[in-house]
Design a protein around this ligand. Sequence first.
Ligand SMILES: Nc1ncnc2c1ncn2[C@@H]1O[C@H](COP(=O)(O)OP(=O)(O)OP(=O)(O)O)[C@@H](O)[C@H]1O
Length: 531
Amino acid sequence: MYADALQSISLAMAQVRSVDLLLARIAQGLAAQPDVALARIWLIAPGDICGTCPLRAECPDTSRCLHLAASAGGSRKSEEAWTGLGGAFRRFPLGIRKVGHVGATGEPVLLQWTGKDEDWLVRRDWATREGIRSFAAQPLVFRGEVLGVLAVFSRRKLGRTEFSWLRTFADHAAVALTNARAFEEVARLRAQLELERDYLREEVKDALSFGEIVGRSESLRRVLQQLQPVAETSASVLVLGESGVGKELIARALHDQSPRRERPLIRVNCASIPRELFESEFFGHVRGAFTGALKDRAGRFQAADGGTLFLDEVGEIPLELQSKLLRVLQEGTFERVGEDVTRRVDVRIIAATNRDLKTEVAEGRFREDLFYRLSVFPIEVPPLRERLEDVPLLAEHLLGRVCAKLNLAPPKMTQAQVQALQRYDWPGNVRELENVLERAVILSRGGRLRLELALPDSRGTSARDSRPRDAGAPSSFIPEKEWRRREKENLKAALAVAGGKVYGPGGAAALLGLAPTTLASRLKALGIKVR
Ligand SMILES: Nc1ncnc2c1ncn2[C@@H]1O[C@H](COP(=O)(O)OP(=O)(O)OP(=O)(O)O)[C@@H](O)[C@H]1O
């Protein structure tokens, strides 16, 4: 070994930012010197292949060991190159054999072989055949911590001077390794941030609309009381309730109050993912995995690593994907589409559905084991009609939000209007209330608030709010069931006239005088399917 050669490898390694590349360069640089038969680097890492490790019988502690991370050199007798990272010496328990001793104690070792009966050499036939004379192993130490071991088998006897050059070289290598690890960590964090940004970009709209959960009713209070203790854990939560009751808001509140709040909350609307893209959406894919997979893409599980994944409309996940979802929930592992590498994530799951999952299980559309796994902690959000006392506060809050969005001063609501809102039964829940208020603000054009609720009044006056439930003869009320039936009939009739069209001119929403989003949520709540 030559001092100037070691120096030039040291200079080159300062530039390398990838750990694997750095280790390969070091090993190759050392092995390129005339007398070096084999150069190897082992790094300390958690025990991984303990069940099959050739040295398992001698291993005192499986938590950490030396992993062969780079190898270079070759036979003088054949073309054989010793670059593989497998074989009998791919792991050394700390403290076992020479390499393990250096890794455990941080003490370097220089050994000579004269071809006689020195017992430190395990492969004597190999050493004789290859003309090995010396073995030198130096610890890779950074700030007092042993990171690994660098070792060289030489065909010329190594003296004290070369051994001390190798010591200095190992110190440089340890610094370069620490730097490369830091670069990789920064690159990983940057990629993670970019990934989160991409996924979060589509969440911005919702994020802006996030406010505190408004309401004082007893039933809502009960829900909120349940949130606090479960928020602090990583238990899966299943949020149940009709469409528009605020399930997503609950999921956000859970995440914001959890220890994961600094990490991302990623939402997946399972109803909006085409069946064939589910797996890739959840777990990611590699380039070329399927037509259109032009580059590698991480999935939502990876984007949510360390944080929370909100599976909205979880009942829509196809049966064939449910087993993969179960696996990631149980083991925290998954593979990208088109790749064999098993990845590990730490994700908390909050799922939501407006379906009756027990019925879905009974009818074979939802796996029972997945259902139990998701519903460790079920939270039922009551529909707005069961907490009409929340309506005044909610209306004020939502009016403020809608006006801020439209850049208008919030108009005052009269007492009569608030009461009218409380008399309505809100099949589309809080979302419908929000839509009604938005429409009212737009129609009022800065003047008096004009509220329009549900069905147009037969007398031609504005809407149902002008026909209070408790006004008129007692015999004029309509029972809830009948009311829903009629509303269903009415919506179906409007859809039939509009030829199944919901949105745009001539669509059912325009015919009914409803905001299309209101109609859509009402159709959903009433279980009316649009062709
Ligand atoms: N208690 C509440 N306080 C303030 N805003 C609320 C409340 N409940 C619901 N909202 C608002 O109502 C709208 C609908 O709520 P959200 O999207 O959370 O409902 P959801 O139950 O998840 O609906 P879906 O099942 O259709 O996905 C949102 O704009 C949300 O901010």
